[in-house]
Design a protein around this ligand. Structure first.
Ligand SMILES: [Zn+2]
Length: 67
């Protein structure tokens, strides 16, 4: 059985939970949808949920620990 060819697409999945990021974020460039997943994932975008629940706490943790 031949493998189905997928249309060329940019990554559209959250790099953390792998949910599809909402279509409203799709746009002409990589930066136009989702949120940066750094520092949890070096390269990739994440959904709003993971941004607030995973990425932002991960950014804040070193600041809190250093106090
Ligand atoms: Zn996510």
């Amino acid at each position: 059985m031949p493998e189905l060819k997928t249309l060329p697409q940019r990554k559209q999945r959250c790099a953390i939970c792998e949910r599809k990021v909402f279509a409203r974020y799709w746009g002409p460039s990589e930066a136009s949808w989702g949120n940066s997943a750094w520092p949890v994932v070096n390269e990739g975008r994440c959904c709003d949920f993971c941004n607030w629940m995973v990425v932002i706490p991960a950014r804040l943790a070193p600041m809190i620990a250093s106090k």
